[in-house]
Design a protein around this ligand. Structure first.
Ligand code: PAF
Length: 280
C-alpha cells in the first residue's frame, strides 16, 4: 500500500491502472477511520480491482466556528485500517496541495443544500462538492463509495454527478452502528461518558418513528412529533433539526410516500450528531 500526498503521482498511478483495464474505486474520507469507513472499503475491495482511499480534512467544508482544528487525525492508525481492508493507495494531501494561494473555483448548487445540515452549516456543502469534484478529477475512478449516514451529502453528490456529467458511479452504503444503535462517527470521540450514554436517543427516536410508519402512519408531521417527543426526554439533547423530506430533492413532504429521508441532527452537549432512516 502506498501513501501519497501528491496529486500528480496519484493521478498518474490511477491512469496507469485504468490503461491496464483495471477497475478503480475511490473511498473519500476525512480520516479517523471507523467501522463505517471500513465497510465502504470492504465493499469497494469486493467490487473493484484497485481501491484508493483519500484522507483529507477539508477546511473548506467547515464553518468559521466549527471543529476543523479539533477534528481528530491519526494517519498511523488510519493506514493500519486501510492496510487490513486491502486498500492499494492512500491519497493524503496537505491543504496547500489541494488549495493553492489564489484558489477561487467552487462547485455549488441550489435547493438540495439549503435545508437540513445546509441550513445550520451554510458553507458546508459548497466545500464538500468542491473537494469531491477535485477528488473525482485527481482519482478518475469507476466508482466512489459514500456512507448513508451523511444522506444529504449523498443526495447532493448524486445530483452533482448527474448535473455535471461526472463519469463515475456513486454507491451509497448502509449506516454502521455501535451495539446500542449509535451511528458510528469520528465525532463520537468528542462525547463524555454521560453524553455517550444519552446519544442513543437519536437512533431510538428514529426506531419509534419507523414503528409508527410500519403501523401505517403516513403523516410526516406526526412522524416528526414522535421523534421530537422522544428526544425531548433526554436531558443533554438539543434538537438542531428533525425533517421528513423527499430523498431525491431534499424538499419537505407532508405524506410518507416515494423515496423518503427522515433526517435528524441533535446536539448532545456541544457535539452535533446526525442520523437518519431512508425509506425507498
Ligand atoms: O463524508 C466525509 O467524510 C466528507 O464530507 C468527504 C465526502 C470526504 C468530503 O470531504
Amino acid at each position: 500500500m502506498i501513501i501519497s500526498g501528491s496529486i500528480e503521482e496519484t493521478r498518474k498511478q490511477v491512469k496507469e491502472w485504468k490503461a491496464q483495464g483495471l477497475s478503480v474505486a475511490l473511498v473519500p474520507t476525512m480520516g479517523y477511520l471507523h467501522e463505517g469507513h471500513k465497510s465502504l472499503m470492504e465493499r469497494a475491495r469486493k467490487e473493484n480491482d484497485k481501491v484508493v482511499v483519500s484522507i483529507f480534512v477539508n477546511p473548506m467544508q467547515f464553518g468559521p466556528n466549527e471543529d476543523y482544528e479539533a477534528y481528530p487525525r491519526d494517519l498511523d492508525r488510519d493506514s493500519g485500517i486501510c492496510e487490513d481492508a486491502g486498500v492499494d493507495w492512500i491519497f493524503h494531501p496537505e491543504v496547500e496541495e489541494m488549495y493553492g494561494p489564489d484558489f477561487s473555483g467552487y462547485v455549488d448548487m441550489h435547493t438540495l443544500p439549503e435545508k437540513l445540515c445546509g441550513a445550520s452549516r451554510p458553507v458546508h456543502f459548497r466545500g464538500v462538492q468542491t473537494v469531491v469534484s477535485k477528488l473525482f478529477h485527481i482519482v478518475p475512478a469507476d466508482r466512489a463509495y459514500f456512507g448513508q449516514k451523511d444522506a444529504q451529502q449523498l443526495a447532493i453528490i448524486r445530483r452533482m454527478v448527474m448535473d455535471l456529467n461526472f463519469d463515475i458511479e456513486i454507491i451509497g452504503c448502509p449506516i454502521i452502528r455501535e451495539e446500542d444503535g449509535l451511528a458510528k462517527s469520528s465525532r463520537n470521540t468528542y462525547l463524555s461518558e454521560d453524553e455517550r450514554r444519552q446519544a442513543v436517543i437519536l437512533n431510538q427516536s428514529l426506531e419509534e418513528a419507523m414503528k409508527a410508519i410500519e403501523a401505517g402512519e403516513k403523516d410526516a408531521s406526526k412522524v416528526k412529533a414522535i421523534i421530537e417527543k422522544k428526544i425531548g426526554t433526554c436531558s443533554l439533547a438539543k434538537i438542531d433539526y428533525v425533517e421528513v423530506v423527499n430523498f431525491d430533492n431534499i424538499q419537505p413532504i407532508e405524506t410518507i410516500e416515494g423515496n423518503v429521508l427522515i433526517a435528524i441532527a441533535v446536539y448532545i452537549g456541544t457535539t452535533r450528531l446526525i442520523d437518519n432512516r431512508i425509506i425507498m
